[in-house]
Design a protein around this ligand. Structure first.
Ligand code: VGL
Ligand code: ZN
Length: 178
C-alpha cells in the first residue's frame, strides 16, 4: 500500500490566466505539477486531485452576495483540469452544495477516509491558490494526523503578501515547506 499521496489542489481552467478567477501566473506551475504527478506515480503514490465544483448559484458567487466571481461551475469548461492526471487518480469534488463554501479538500468530502483506507501517512501538496484552498487543505491534513509536505515550487498564490503569510502559518502548524 502506498504510504504517500500527492494532492493536486484545484488545478482548473478558471484559476488560470484567462479564467474567471485567475491566479496570476498560475499556469507557470502546470509543468511542475505534471512532473510531480509523474514522479509520484512512478513510486506508487496515490494521486489525488481536488476540484472546486460549484453548483450554478453558489453562495461564494457575487450574485449570491459572496466574495468571488462565478467560477468552476460543475460540468463547464472553466471547471476542467489543466494538469494531466492518470486514469486511476482519485478526484475529490468540493464546495458542491449551493449554501456551503469549502476551501479544504477535506471539508465535506471522503478524502481523509480514502487516504487512511489506502495506508497513506504522508501527503505532498501542490496547486492553487496558496492562501485559500492549498492552505486550508494543508492545515486540515495536518489536523487529521498526516505528515504534510508543501511543494513550494508547485504552488501559486493570488496576493504575494497573503501567500507569504499563509506559508508561515502552515509552517507553524507543522507543515514542512520544501
Ligand atoms: C479557491 C477561491 C474560491 C481556491 C476556490 O481554489 O483556492 N479560491 N474558490
Ligand atoms: Zn470556489
Amino acid at each position: 500500500m502506498p504510504e504517500e499521496a500527492l494532492i493536486v489542489v484545484d488545478m482548473q481552467r478558471d484559476f488560470m490566466p484567462g479564467g474567471a478567477l485567475p491566479v496570476p501566473e498560475g499556469d507557470r506551475i502546470i509543468p511542475r505539477c505534471n512532473e510531480y504527478i509523474d514522479e509520484f506515480r512512478g513510486k506508487g503514490a496515490l494521486i489525488v486531485a481536488t476540484r472546486d465544483w460549484h453548483p450554478e448559484s453558489h453562495i461564494s458567487f457575487r450574485e449570491q452576495g459572496g466574495p468571488w466571481p462565478r467560477h468552476c461551475v460543475q460540468n463547464t469548461p472553466g471547471a476542467e483540469f489543466v494538469v494531466e492526471l492518470p486514469a486511476d487518480a482519485v478526484i475529490i469534488s468540493k464546495a458542491t452544495e449551493p449554501d456551503k463554501e469549502a476551501y479544504s479538500g477535506f471539508e465535506g468530502t471522503d478524502l481523509a477516509e480514502i487516504l487512511r483506507r489506502n495506508g497513506v501517512k504522508r501527503v505532498y501538496i501542490c496547486g492553487v491558490a496558496t492562501e485559500y484552498c492549498v492552505r486550508a487543505t494543508a492545515l486540515d491534513a495536518a489536523k487529521q494526523g498526516f505528515e504534510v509536505y508543501l511543494l513550494r515550487d508547485a504552488v501559486k498564490g493570488i496576493v504575494p503578501r497573503d501567500e507569504e503569510k499563509a506559508l508561515e502559518e502552515m509552517g507553524k502548524a507543522g507543515v514542512k515547506v520544501l
